[in-house]
Design a protein around this ligand. Sequence first.
Ligand code: SAM
Length: 245
Amino acid sequence: AAGLYLVATPIGNLRDITLRALDVLAAADLVACEDTRVTGRLLQLLGLKARMTPYHDHNADAARPALMAKLAEGRVVALVSDAGTPLVSDPGFKLVQACVEAGIPVTSVPGPSAALTGLQLSGLPADRFLFAGFLPNKTTARRAALKELDAVPATLIFFESPHRTADTLADMAAVLGDRLGAVARELTKMHEEVGRAALSELARRYAETSPRGEVVIVVAPPGEIAAAGPAQLEERLRAAIQSGS
Ligand code: SAM
């Protein structure tokens, strides 16, 4: 049926594409995507051909009217990100808003999500969480943003680039207190890995060598420090002895 379809795509493992995503991408009159090369490669790997049009942060305002015109004509438009779930730290929110206002049907074709995958593997409480996306790049602004989250009684989920991971973890330890955290990298890929430790310990670990590939940082809720397991306590004790404190 006509309308806008928000189609999740793999975050690393091609086989995470859903059967419904394949159906919708095959049937779409137009696939709006962040980068036609990235999505073109994905479609090729999936054995699909589709008309693509760029829709990204820098052209969204200019490109939206043409997409809305297609949708008003009764076309099927699929929106995809380079990877993962559209709209989550990715373009699409204003397009959905415009469709809602215009009475055009919007449907989600759910699938891979780096934020939820990182949360699942973090080993931290997952019944209540706050997804905070990317923090500011500069330390002053980053610490201010973290301060706003300090009292939130929930697990916190962040996206971060590998080369900023150690600095961000250090700021987190300073502002939020030395809570337990997890750094999940290369999710669904061959070298998937999750580091779980106190934030200060993770900061030390990734200051030596930046994590390779993309990362999700997950931070325990306030007060979770006391709930550290024996392994974490031992690790923290060893770190304290090593640093001579
Ligand atoms: N909308 C996407 C989603 O739902 O997964 C996220 C897009 S955001 C621009 C990209 C960020 O997601 C990366 O910087 C990283 O923090 C995280 N990410 C994406 N794929 C990942 C993976 N395979 N492993 C770890 N983190 C990943």
